[in-house]
Design a protein around this ligand. Sequence first.
Ligand code: HEC
Ligand code: HEC
Length: 427
Amino acid sequence: MLRHRTTHLAPDGRRVRRTTAARRAAFLVSVVGVLAVGALAGCSSSDGGGGATPPPTGPPAPPPETILALGQRLFDRETFGGNGRTCVTCHMTETGTLTLDAVAARLAAAPGDPLFLHDGLDGGAVGTSRIVQHATIRVELQLPPYVTLENDPTRRTIIVNRGVPSTMNAPALDGVGLAAFMHDLRNNDLQEQALDAVHGHAKGTVEPTREQLDAIAAFEKTDDRFFSSAALRAHGRGGPQVELPAGSTESERRGRLFFLDVAVAGTKQGMCGQCHSGPNLNEISALGNREVGFPVGAKFATALVSETNANLDPVLTFRVDNGSGDVRLVSLPDPGILLTERGRSRHLSLFVSATAHPVLLAGLFKTPSLWGIGRTPPYFHDNSAKSLRAVVDHYADRLFKQITFGGAFVTLTEQDRQDIVAFLTLL
Ligand code: HEC
Ligand code: HEC
C-alpha cells in the first residue's frame, strides 16, 4: 500500500474521488508509462522544456592550480559577508557531511559555532534539539506555480528538514552530463548549487562572482577530499569505472550479490543494484527499469522514506494542478522532486514526460551514491536512519513489503541483513 493519499478534485474544487491507498504497483506502473515516454521526448528535446544539452564526452582537463587554491580558500574560509558560515561548516573535510558525532562534539566544544544559527536551530530560531538528534538543516523551498498548500493557499515557500548529503564523489561523478544535485535534483550544476548555498545557508551579503563559483566547482570536482577512495578519484579524472569490491568473508560475498545489476531467477541477487547501479551506484539499471519502472540511468527513485516519516516531521498537504484541470492532493512531510520544475532541470527534462502529472514526482528523491557510505551516517534525505543496519531494516520492513522483486514479495532474513551491512561497509 502506498501512503500517498491522492485526492482528485473536480474543476470546481469538489472532491470527486479519493484514492486513500493507491496500490504501490499501480503508481509505479503509471510512472513507467509516463517516464518511459519522457525519456524519448526529452532526447528529441522538442518539448520546449529545459532544453536538455547532450552530455560532454571525455575526461575534463585538470584546472590550473591557482583556480584550485582559490576554490579551496572559498570552500573553507570565505563567508561572503554573511553569518560566518563557509561550505566546510556543514560539509566537513573528513566525511563531506555532518554526522551526529560531529554535531555533538562541536556543540560541546563551541556553542557559538556558526553551525548553530538560524536553519540549524529548532524552528529556525532557538534550541539545538533537532540538530543534535538528527543532524538536519531547515531548508526553505519555493513552491512552483503548480503547487499550493491546501491549508494556506497564499504561502509560496515551505520548510523541510534535510540531512547534509556528503560532498564525497557526487561533485565529480554526478556532475557530468545529466548533472543533478540536491535531494530534490533542483540544481543543474555545482555553480548554481554553490550560489544557492551562499544565499541560503551563509546569508551572504557579497555576491559571489562567476569566477569564484567556477573555482568552488573545480575544487569540488578534483580535490582528494571529495573522493572516498583513490580509485574513484582516478575515475573522476577519466580513469576506469570502479568495480564493486569482491569481499573477503562469506558474508561480504553474499552481501555483494544484492548489488549486482543482473538478477538470477529465484534468488535475491540485484535487489539493491536495481536502483544503485552505474559509476556512482545511484542509477537505475535495466533490471531496475523492468522491476520498478523508473527509466534506465535516472538518478532518482523512492525508498518510501518521506511516506514513512520516521522523524515525525510536520506533514503538509499539497494541492497539485497539472494545468489541465486535473488537481490532486498529496500529503507528505517532504514532497521531494514534486517541487523541482521539470522544465528547469536537465535531468528531469530527459527522464520525465512533459505530460506526466507532476504529482507523480511527489516523494521521489535523488538516489545517493553508496561509495564510502560507512563513513557518512545518518542516512536518507531526512537522516531518519541512524545506521546502515537501520537503512537495511527500512528496506526489509517497508520498501520490500510494498514492491515485489522477480514477481514476488521477497523477505530479507536476519542473515541477509547482516550480509548487506557487511558489504556496504566495504564500499
Ligand atoms: C548550513 C549547512 C550547509 C552549508 C553552510 C552548505 N551546505 Fe551544501 N548542503 C547542505 C544541505 C542541507 C544540502 C541538501 C539540501 C537539499 O537537498 O535541499 C546540501 C547540498 C549540497 C550539495 C549537493 C550534493 C548532492 O549530492 O546533490 C553540494 C555539492 C553542496 N551542498 C555544496 C556546498 C557548497 C559549495 C557550499 C558553500 C558555498 C555549501 N554546500 C554550504 C548544507 C549546507
Ligand atoms: C527503488 C529503488 C531503490 C532500491 C531498490 C534500493 N534503493 Fe537505496 N536508495 C534509493 C533512494 C531513492 C534513496 C534516497 C531515499 C531518500 O533519501 O528518500 C536511497 C538511499 C539509500 C541509502 C542512504 C544513502 C545516504 O547517503 O543517505 C542507502 C545506504 C541505500 N539506499 C542502500 C540500499 C540497499 C542496501 C538496498 C537493497 C536492500 C537499496 N538501497 C535498494 C533507491 C533504492
